[in-house]
Design a protein around this ligand. Structure first.
Ligand code: MEV
Length: 312
């Protein structure tokens, strides 16, 4: 039996912009998906015991099947000859924005590596997980699977020429306290990424300006992160959210969570991941405020999880 894990993730700066080769910052969270691979009876039997918000698994069924198919093809595993039973579990609650599909792909890649003694290192696992991600994101940047595979906090820049992506591991001075708040809405990454692409092509001048502004936000945000300047970091997360609004990937539920979080002391708050639903990342200056934000978000009818990023 082969076993593997994949981390959940959150994006601090750069979802969507990262698809076009701009740098982004993401961090793994400690919640994981686990996969076990064993010999099966016929074709592929998938048992999905992952916790999930209502409706997630039904909505994502097509993506999961596509992703698994791509992984098997990439690894040249013939399920007719080698039937498999894959079981998914772990404490990562599946919701849009948390990198659940990447954690699935990464954990399965690791489990297959063990089951078939493929001898893949982390870079090899990441390549397989990227194939799986294509099932969900169409033309993914690779940031989600990279985070799921390596863990930790990182700067990611997609190589648009097709060579290796730039991945720099980041260390922060102090762990960053956040609240991840859920809109409860499941989104299809592939669709939202395709919409942004179409709008970008139609309004190339306007989008050019937005993308240039994002690069400034990223540069300042990275410096604030490295210096541990938490207030500045919050301001820049807000500016990033402003740009995400402009490319039309926010929604009423995201905006509601942001205003509740800000009213209750969040230094900054933005959507994280695909957007138009999914999760909001809220930055807290201290534990007390983190607790207050989480309670207020829950009182407004949304789920909230407190966690911290970076080992310090
Ligand atoms: C999804 O977590 C992040 C996106 O930028 C898509 C991608 O990078 O592949 C929306």
């Amino acid at each position: 039996m082969g076993k593997g894990i994949g981390y959940g993730k959150t994006i601090l700066f750069g979802e969507h912009f990262v698809v076009y080769g701009l740098p982004a910052v993401a961090s793994a969270i400690s919640d994981i998906t686990t996969a076990t691979v064993a010999k099966g009876e016929k074709g592929l039997e998938l048992i999905d015991n992952r916790p999930a918000i209502e409706g997630y698994k039904t909505k994502k069924q097509g993506e999961i099947t596509r992703g698994l198919d791509l992984i098997m093809k990439f690894l040249k595993i013939d399920l007719e000859k080698t039937p498999l039973k894959i079981t998914l579990a772990g404490n990562l609650k599946c919701v849009s924005g948390v990198g659940a599909s990447a954690a699935l792909a990464s954990s399965i890649a690791r489990a297959l590596n063990e089951e078939f003694s493929l001898g893949l290192d982390d870079d090899g696992i990441n390549e397989v997980a990227y194939e799986g991600e294509k099932g969900s994101a169409g033309t993914p940047s690779g940031i989600d699977n990279t985070c799921s595979t390596y863990g930790g906090m990182l700067v990611f820049e997609k190589n648009l020429e097709g060579g290796p992506n730039k991945i720099d591991l980041l260390e922060v001075k102090e762990p960053i306290k956040i609240v991840l708040a859920s809109t409860g809405i499941t989104q299809e990454t592939k669709e939202v990424v395709a919409d942004v692409k179409a709008e970008k092509e139609k309004n190339s001048e306007e989008y050019g300006k937005i993308f240039a502004e994002y690069k400034d936000v990223f540069d300042e945000g990275l410096a604030a992160l490295k210096e541990g300047h938490i207030e500045k970091l919050g301001e820049l997360m807000d500016r990033n959210q402003e740009l995400l609004r402009k490319i039309n990937v926010s929604c009423d539920e995201i905006e509601k969570i942001i205003s509740v979080a800000k009213e209750n002391g969040a230094l900054g708050a933005k959507l994280t991941g695909t957007g138009r639903g999914g999760l909001v990342i809220c930055l807290a200056p201290d534990e007390e405020t983190q607790e207050r934000i989480a309670k207020a978000v829950e009182a407004a009818g949304f789920e909230a999880t407190k966690t911290s990023l970076g080992k310090g």
